[in-house]
Write a new protein. Structure first.
Lengths: 238, 75
């Protein structure tokens, strides 16, 4: 009965969340581009793997499930870092396909095909970038993440008649593997230190969102819907 | 030298307000009013596009003249 669907399951945050619910009695399905990127110990927790490239929207129409879901998490997020004038149409479509349109389309499919249980809970990972902060070089990422807030607000009203809830989490900067890869390319050590000083509780760790995700997915938050929860180690208070 | 010409063209693209026509191999490309983190990001983006060269922010800090930049690209 308690079946979960995780989208972009090979992301660092998703792997961390999956590790944190290892001992929970849940059936877990995932949507992932390349399942070989999921570590072996996590792979063994998963019932059904659906391989899709979230940039290929047409392909998502082939998503078929044999069961209904009561918990859904969207972890996708790509960030192409360039000065605004260098963005090309490919950057635009890739960012919005993965970060926004794949979520809208999958929700559309899940709802239309009646894949959602009554009282299901949906969580989308947004970002403080574009919500509490602007970030130069990340304009496409910011605008795509901000779009999710509007999606959640209006869709929550359509889903409420079946007591289905949908909420966003807007995290601050989290030290993921991909952030390090990106920062080695672009940011200097001084800039990394400068980031640190902007987070009263320190930069986010891979497991920093797990409690909040679990809270929003579970019945403890049953009177919360259409909200955006800012989880940023105090960054927005500065 | 082809890379050299290309790089002068790139400088012209990176900077908007300062006159890059007087740039020489000895010009210190960061030593002007327009250089900031966004011009740096711009240079990183274009070098990647035009030369397929990944250059880090740290590396750019080490390089001063256009000649040094060319040597790095040719490496």
């Amino acid at each position: 009965m308690n079946r979960m669907l995780i989208i972009a399951a090979s992301s660092d945050l998703s792997i961390s969340y999956l590790e944190s619910i290892k001992n929970d009695k849940l059936d877990i399905d995932v949507i992932v581009r390349d399942s070989s990127r999921i570590p072996e110990n996590i792979l063994s927790m998963i019932d059904e793997i659906h391989e899709f490239d979230l940039n290929d929207l047409e392909s998502l129409n082939r998503f078929i499930s044999t069961s209904k879901y009561s918990q859904i998490i969207f972890f996708q997020g790509i960030d192409i870092i360039k000065p605004f004038q260098h963005f090309n149409i490919n950057d635009l479509s890739q960012t919005f396909n993965v970060n926004v349109l794949s979520i809208i389309l999958l929700l559309n499919i899940l709802i239309a095909k009646k894949y959602l249980h009554k009282e299901a809970s949906i969580v989308i990972i947004s970002s403080i970038s574009g919500i509490t902060k602007g970030t130069p070089g990340h304009v496409l990422y910011s605008s795509s993440k901000a779009a999710l807030i509007g999606l959640v607000k209006s869709l929550s009203l359509e889903l409420s008649r079946r007591s289905i809830r949908i909420n966003c989490i807007s995290p601050g900067l989290i030290q993921t593997e991909s952030l390090f890869a990106k920062n080695n390319h672009i940011l200097s050590n001084e800039e990394k230190l400068a980031y640190d000083s902007k987070y009263p509780l320190g930069l986010g760790k891979l497991d920093s969102l797990n409690g909040t995700i679990k809270f929003l997915l579970g019945t403890s938050s049953k009177w919360i819907t259409g909200q955006n929860l800012i989880v940023d180690g105090g960054n927005s208070n500065i | 030298m082809k890379n050299q010409e290309k790089l002068f063209k790139i400088m012209c693209e990176v900077f908007e307000d300062i006159d890059t026509s007087s740039f020489t191999l000895q010009t210190e490309f960061k030593n002007n009013d327009e250089w900031d983190s966004m011009t740096a990001l711009s240079l990183i983006t274009i070098l990647d596009q035009e030369f397929g060269v990944s250059i880090s922010g740290e590396k750019i800090k080490e390089l001063n003249t256009i000649e040094e930049l060319i040597l790095f690209i040719n490496e």
